[in-house]
Design a protein around this ligand. Structure first.
Ligand SMILES: Cc1ncc(COP(=O)(O)O)c(C=O)c1O
Length: 458
């Protein structure tokens, strides 16, 4: 099929024009223009989505992404949005971050490659693995950690997406289970109702899909988040057959439910009592808290920590798992991406982690400020907003009904405030945000002010 001559070039011209618009505009001007069409940017040539799978074609082309800067982006139809969700929860430092982009240009100029064979990992891949171990064990010297079977000291980095990282941790749990419980007839995985550990076959089974495909030897149990009694009952029922317990600290795919420390600590006790693994999926939460990994807030040590998404600040693809050496059982091609060792994404991950470390106090201050502002907003409208959900930047507000939540979402999008809503299952009615870490106080105030004006119209 012939393609229109120069259409990619035209697309690049539109992107450049959008970039120039952002470079020239003050914050005040951007606030003023949120939700409006920016006519000074030439109309880009729209490209069709008709070759995509049906479920992926959600709206007209003009709503699709053209260019983003900081927490703002512009669509192909040239409408300006304020993005309160960091892309799809992965652009840790927002779009086109000046420091990250400058460092990226430098790395490219120096010749750092995008990818290489997984047998010959580059400097940055090795460096990142050490950095992740360091963050997990800040108080201990690295030499003693390596010989300690019980510390988080082993990193599997050659994984592309979070889904594969999650399923990798399940493979490790099964290996550990088979080695330590040789007579067991059934393997049980426990997770939380409403979980989301990705799109891999087994990860979807973990949330209840594909029931008819699986044998009765592989059992998946789900418990209500924060229901300690239900968790205890599941462990009592299956005892040593439990292989692992999976959880996400903030359930961004279930109305931003925050897990309680009591619940997590009990889960740690229960898993230890039957020699099952505790697997924490931090694909959403890693990099969004001053501790970098949120499991630290619960005062526990998991057996496997899963990282992804924000790790490279959206520079795809790179996920990782960090786990205890005693669990190191997979062979080379058991769980990697075959185009696999990604020096440049590893470099970007190191830059992202460095930015977080340099801005710890700012991140702590602003995420507390955002949470406080959102809590106050919820309290101001007790008839409409039932509660605040989540923690820090990973947070939302639960509305009194599905219909109101959907209305709120629709009005936000109309006015150029991009956010997500969970209101498609019975009982779900929460609007969700996850600001990029480059957010500033004026953006938070503008957003909360816009939410307030919209809630008043509901
Ligand atoms: C908690 C959690 N786990 C796993 C995944 C899957 O990651 P990926 O989409 O990179 O496969 C996601 C994706 O949103 C997630 O939020």
């Amino acid at each position: 099929m012939k393609k229109k001559p120069g259409s990619e070039k035209k697309a690049l011209d539109s992107v450049s024009a959008a970039k120039r618009f952002f470079c020239k505009s003050s914050k005040e001007l951007l606030f003023e223009k949120v939700g409006k069409i920016i006519r000074t940017i030439p109309t880009p040539s729209l490209t069709t989505k008709k070759w995509f799978q049906k479920s992926y074609v959600l709206g007209p082309e003009q709503n699709d992404f053209l260019y983003g800067r900081d927490v703002f982006y512009i669509t192909e139809g040239r409408k300006l949005f304020l993005d309160t969700t960091s892309g799809h929860y992965q652009m840790t430092w927002g779009y086109d971050h000046p420091v990250l982009m400058k460092n990226l240009q430098q790395a490219l100029k120096a010749g750092v490659v995008w990818d290489c064979h997984s047998n010959i990992p580059g400097f940055f891949v090795k460096k990142l693995s050490e950095k992740l171990v360091e963050i997990c064990n800040p108080e201990t010297d690295l030499k003693s950690i390596q010989n300690n079977d019980e510390s988080l000291n082993t990193v599997l980095l050659g994984i592309a997406t979070g889904s594969v990282a999650c399923s990798t941790s399940m493979k490790i749990a099964i290996n550990y289970f088979l080695k330590n419980k040789p007579g067991a007839k059934k393997v049980v995985f426990v997770s939380l109702k409403g979980n989301y550990h990705g799109t891999d076959f087994l990860m979807q089974r973990l949330r209840g899909m594909w029931d008819f495909v699986f044998s009765e030897n592989l059992i998946f149990e789900m418990v209500e988040p924060n229901d300690i009694n239900e968790l205890r009952n599941i462990f009592k029922k299956h005892k040593k057959n439990v292989a692992a317990f999976f959880f996400e600290p903030v359930m961004m795919n279930r109305e931003a439910i925050l897990l309680n420390t009591d619940f997590i600590q009990e889960a740690r006790t229960l898993t230890a009592s039957v020699d099952a693994l505790m697997i924490v999926d931090e694909i959403q939460t890693c990099c969004w808290y001053p501790e970098i990994f949120m499991y630290k807030q619960f005062g526990i040590m998991p057996d496997i920590l899963i990282l992804g998404k924000g790790l490279t600040a959206g520079f795809h693809p790179l996920s990782a798992i960090v786990y205890k050496r005693k669990l190191d059982s997979l062979k080379q091609y058991d769980a990697i991406s075959t185009n696999g060792n990604a020096p440049l994404p590893s470099f970007m991950a190191l830059q992202c982690l460095e930015l977080i470390e340099k801005n710890l106090q700012k991140i702590a201050g602003l995420s507390t400020y955002y949470e406080k502002s959102l809590r106050e907003l919820a309290q101001e409208f007790p008839d409409i907003v039932v509660s605040f959900r989540g923690k820090g930047f990973l947070s939302g507000i639960k509305f009194s009904s599905q219909q109101i939540a959907l209305q709120f979402h629709r009005k936000c999008i109309e006015r150029g405030i991009w956010l997500r809503v969970h209101a498609y299952y019975e009982g779900h009615s929460t609007a969700l945000t996850k600001f990029a870490l480059c957010v500033t106080k004026d953006v938070i105030d503008f957003t909360i002010g816009s939410f307030k004006r919209i809630i008043k119209t509901l």
